[in-house]
Design a protein around this ligand. Structure first.
Ligand code: ATP
Length: 224
């Protein structure tokens, strides 16, 4: 375990539309396995690389706040929600880098599905100059070099590091594949259940489900 001075800070972005136990378990296991000082959850305002979320950003933010409440290692940053323009991960990381200084290790957490699509993100190669990447295994998305598009496969091979301790040795630039408890939960499936009036209970926290019901979210919506 790295000492406190160099313990990396985790950053976890997503649409969280809605937040579920796959997200929470990812963050909890990454926190423990990587010895992170904390995890900053960053709900995306208007993600440029995927279909826009269907519900108002304030609802997604409120649900993330409810889900992480009570975990002293988790905090929520609303920065991407406050911007009118599309939110880019590279912009958020640049801001965090300025705040945290040049030496603080930063680790961007993502699932294997998100990593596979990384080469379509805005200025994606700049991300490696700003943070490490921890790529969490996800059911249905094997993390294999031969499944990655060429420029990303090259970065993966060159930057892959041996273990969590390596992330404390530099502020940015490494990629660490990380096993986690495999939970085949997705927001898409939860939205689909809600839109046809079925129960998503036990796939997400009760507090979040109560919020969804109270605000009548995701009802009768087409779910691509
Ligand atoms: P959707 O179904 O709407 O695409 P999602 O369930 O994938 O949503 P996101 O908010 O898009 O949720 O995901 C945020 C991050 O969490 C991404 O990096 C994604 O890979 C990761 N993630 C989401 N669900 C899981 C899961 N069950 N296991 C591992 N990683 C996950």
């Amino acid at each position: 375990m790295p000492d406190t001075a160099t313990r990396p800070l985790g950053i976890f972005g997503g649409t969280f539309d809605p937040v579920h136990f796959g997200h929470l378990r990812l963050a909890e296991e990454a926190h423990e396995a990587l010895g992170l000082t904390a995890i900053c959850w960053v709900p995306a305002g208007q993600p440029p690389h995927r279909a826009s979320p269907r519900i108002a950003p304030r609802h997604r933010l409120a649900m993330v706040r409810l889900a992480v409440a009570g975990n002293p290692h988790f905090r929520v940053a609303a920065c991407e929600m406050e911007r009118a323009e599309p939110s880019y991960t590279v912009t958020t990381l640049s801001r965090l880098r300025r705040e945290q200084g040049p030496r603080q290790p930063l680790v961007l957490l993502m699932g294997a599905d998100a990593f596979t699509g990384l080469a379509s993100w805005y200025c994606w190669q700049e991300i490696f100059g700003l943070a490490h990447l921890a790529v969490l295994h996800r059911p249905g998305y094997p993390l294999l070099e031969e499944r990655l598009p060429e420029p990303l496969a090259r970065e993966f091979v060159q930057r892959r590091c041996a273990g969590p301790a390596d992330l404390a040795l530099a502020p940015a630039g490494a990629i660490l594949p990380l096993p986690m408890t495999q939970l085949d939960i997705s927001a898409t499936h939860i939205r689909s259940l809600l839109s046809r009036g079925a129960s998503p209970r036990y796939l997400l926290p009760d507090e979040v489900l109560d919020y969804i019901r109270r605000h009548q979210l995701y009802r009768n919506q087409p779910n691509p």
